[in-house]
Design a protein around this ligand. Structure first.
Ligand SMILES: Cc1cc2nc3c(=O)[nH]c(=O)nc-3n(C[C@H](O)[C@H](O)[C@H](O)COP(=O)(O)OP(=O)(O)OC[C@H]3O[C@@H](n4cnc5c(N)ncnc54)[C@H](O)[C@@H]3O)c2cc1C
Length: 497
């Protein structure tokens, strides 16, 4: 990491001559994590000031569908109303499988223990959740349902270690407006309960005293840099760094050729850079969420994904981030979906996909797509032989998605990142956002590389390395769920120190 490459991200507290204002808890960034932290800090009795660089709060959280990954404790109110039981152990088993050695076991445990109550908190803000679920293979509800499977729960290897249960909770609102609905309700409550919010205020540095305690921040308001004192702590909740191309090049250069940034304009890594300058350690910085949206429509899952050697590399019923994680590991990121006519429909989330080959036989498709002779034919013959028995010995795709590819015509559709384009962006590639950040305790306290707590400094949301750690185990809802859940813990902790 290039520290302080543009300006000092930390200034000496002792050098400040005059403070513009003071608060017990100062929060940098008014998105999901910051607003949740503000509300809890206020409820714990602190005087709270939120500083937001944009002209209003919301951040990436308001842009999102606000799917939150929640369950455990017997089930959330929505799961229970639908007769679904979800134990905390089941959720821990699933989340632990998701992130493997990258995961933070303590954060996973606390999250699974508190997620059902976190749902009650979200609903108590006035966010509408309907007691209805959609069980199809989808990314978000097509109607106003509030519950769906949003990850790999039903796919191998996750279905071997945990009982599949839907945990994606979405505000009930048609038209993908969940994030707006949620943030409007949350910010209304934050402001009604007496938190001071200053917009158009970019935090440019932390104030740290000679003993190492963070005691405030410097903020740019109307072109003037002002010092703000924080008597109990500063919470960095400024989002991730996906919009900072230098930082992405420093930490996750491997994704640059094939990924398009997906986030808010504020995802410039300010919070992470300030935290580093104050002595904080970063972890997981090279990991990103990536998406390869071959579905919906769900029936495309009957097809098989192959690489430039005509070979399969994954069970196609995995979640779109896991598909992307493995797709980009294929040579030249060449990946194709082979489908037969009865399953073919244009993908909902991808525009104008290139058909690399068509034909009445697999040999014709293979030749037109210029795959090595015999490669795709061997793959399909092997797949078909086992699919007839409802088996997939290589990748364990679930039986409901297994059927022989023997009804022509066939098409080989290119999902190579240099060729795909999502409807919401102009650039090509799989969309991405960052999953690395400051190393924190579950309470948000920022740690040094030696594991010591930096007094007075907290971080949450994508400024920190939170619950979601890899695209291979990601499920929709893990980021907003994490940002708001651990944002609340950071707010409580900062207020009471
Ligand atoms: C289109 C889209 C859809 C998504 N859908 C989902 C979903 O359904 N579920 C899910 O879990 N995840 C989803 N994600 C990811 C998720 O939205 C984010 O990872 C998460 O909301 C981040 O929350 P946060 O509080 O860390 O950051 P944000 O909500 O982005 O808040 C950070 C705030 O800090 C401000 N800020 C930045 N720098 C400064 C500074 N120097 N001074 C002051 N303020 C500053 C920013 O302007 C911003 O308002 C989606 C992402 C996108 C882009």
């Amino acid at each position: 990491m290039r520290k302080n490459d543009i300006k000092p991200w930390v200034l000496r507290y002792e050098d400040v001559e005059e403070f513009y204002c003071s608060a017990d808890v100062v929060i940098c960034g008014y998105g999901g994590a910051g607003a949740s932290a503000a509300l809890e800090a206020r409820r714990a009795g602190a005087d709270v000031l939120v500083l937001e660089r944009a002209s209003g709060g919301g951040g990436a959280t308001a842009m999102s569908s606000c799917e939150m990954y929640l369950g455990g404790s017997g089930g959330t109110a929505v799961q229970k109303a639908l007769g679904l039981e979800d134990s905390t152990e089941n959720m821990i088993a699933y989340l632990s499988e998701c992130f493997g050695p990258n995961g933070d076991a303590e954060k996973i445990r606390l999250y699974a223990q508190g997620a059902a109550a976190h749902f009650d908190w979200a609903e108590s803000l006035g966010v509408p959740y309907k007691r209805e679920a959609i069980y199809e293979r989808a990314v978000e509800p097509f109607g106003d349902e509030s519950l769906l499977f949003t990850g790999n729960e039903r796919a191998y290897p996750f279905n071997r270690v945990a009982t599949p249960i839907p945990r994606g909770h979405v505000p009930s609102r048609e038209g993908n407006q969940g994030g707006k609905v949620f943030m409007q309700a949350l910010m209304a409550r934050v402001e009604a309960e007496g938190v001071r919010v200053q917009a158009d205020a970019r935090v440019t540095a932390l104030l740290q005293d000679d003993a190492g305690r963070v005691r405030g921040a410097v903020v740019k308001i109307e072109g003037r840099e002002c010092a703000v004192e924080a008597t109990r702590g500063v919470i960095l909740s400024a989002g991730g760094f996906v919009m900072n191309s230098d930082m992405v090049a420093d930490h996750a250069a491997h994704v640059l050729p094939y990924a398009t940034p997906y986030g808010s304009p504020g995802d410039l890594g300010d919070g992470i850079q300030m935290g580093i300058a104050a002595g904080g350690n970063t972890v997981n910085m090279s990991e990103v969420f990536l998406s390869l949206a071959i579905y919906p429509p769900a029936k495309l899952t009957h097809g098989i994904l192959v690489n430039a050697q005509g070979q399969r590399f994954i069970n196609e019923d995995a979640y779109l981030a896991r598909l992307a994680h493995y797709a980009v590991q294929q040579e030249r990121q060449e990946v194709y979906l082979l489908v037969q006519n009865e399953d073919y429909e244009p993908s909902l989330y991808m525009e104008r996909l290139r058909i690399a080959g068509t034909g009445d036989t697999i040999a014709e498709v293979e030749a037109e797509a210029q795959l090595p002779e015999g490669s795709l034919q061997a793959t399909v013959a092997y797949f078909n032989r086992h699919a007839q028995q409802g088996e997939d010995p290589l990748f364990h795709k679930a039986p409901e998605w297994l059927k022989p590819l023997d009804k022509p015509p066939f098409a080989l559709v290119s999902y190579c990142p240099r060729e795909v384009k999502y409807p919401m962006g102009n650039e090509r590639g799989y969309v991405m956002f960052t999953l690395g950040g400051l190393e924190t305790l579950p309470t948000g306290e920022v740690l040094t590389a030696g594991g010591a707590v930096i007094p007075g400094l907290y971080a949450a949301g994508r400024t920190s390395a939170g619950l979601p750690r890899t695209a291979s185990g990601y499920a929709s809802g893990m980021s907003v769920g994490d940002a708001t859940f651990f944002g609340r813990l950071a707010g409580k902790q900062a207020a009471t120190r």
